[in-house]
Design a protein around this ligand. Sequence first.
Ligand code: AR6
Ligand code: MG
Length: 309
Amino acid sequence: MEKTDSQDRICGAVLASALGDAFGAPYEGGKVERLLWLVLGRRRGRRCWTDDTQMSVDVMESLLACKRIDQKDLAHRFAHSYRWTRGYGPGAGKLLKRIRRGEPWQIANRAVYPNGSFGNGGAMRAAPIGLFYGAGRERRLVRAVREATVVTHAHPAGQDGAVIIALTTALACLDYSVQEIFKRLRLHIQTVDVQNRLTVAERLLHADHPVLPKQVASELGNGIRAKDSCVTAFSVGLALREAPFSHLLTYIRKVGGDTDTIGAMAGAIWGAACGYRQLPEEFLQQLEQRQYLEELAHRFADAIVQGHL
Ligand code: AR6
Ligand code: MG
């Protein structure tokens, strides 16, 4: 069956996010992380994805099964998919093992950090929630994102990062302008740090000269905290949505830092704007479990577009 424009954009967001993750992963972190990924990062000649894609898969499978955000189901899936070899955040790994041992997520999510995690691990898996609810149900979308994120990221900054990625992905599917996207985001962001990052991003996105990756890294951040990477990915994904996908990957590599997660989040936004058909076959061919991811993305897109959920 021929894919509609919406289905193509949903599949594009899912696959571009996985590619951003898998192609960003070899450049993440310092020497030790990179050496480790040289060993872990290839399977049967394909590029492996990391926790970003694994948790996005969990979110999609959960939404398909439950037809809404079910926090208990999500916690169960996250905990049982956990493998250290996927490169989970240190706090996230401990938290997921606690849930696997039977601790309720409402306790585990404050067991490692009493104020909750403000890492970008909630945002890296948020795009499918934006695709699922769509920009037409904005308030419901934002509520669902916070419900899904709090399972592992109780800190409001971790949740703000997730709202930025999910809502922007949904708005990019409908070709909203940059100006309108900023307007919509500002209605929902609760933390001052993330609001301030948005103000900087707005200036950079309206600059009358090309902004270099180094400047993006120094002004918006490239770290593992939500406030240091979500607005960065948002900004790069939007700025390059008319450029070829290979440019996006190169740019993210130059931004540096948490390249797999910035790649996953920016990839989702780029894919929602450009669609699956714009993704280069030579990249898709290198992706671990490509067939499974494509089949899942199609199932997810069909269910959303046909309104079976
Ligand atoms: N207090 C102090 N440090 C914190 C806090 C806090 N409340 N919250 C987070 N951190 P984590 P994630 C710091 O472990 O968000 C993978 O590489 C702390 O240094 O909850 O799921 C993915 O690919 C902590 O280790 O995991 C992503 O890049 C770090 O933030 C990333 O990790 C991450 O928080 C996702 O990590
Ligand atoms: Mg990762």
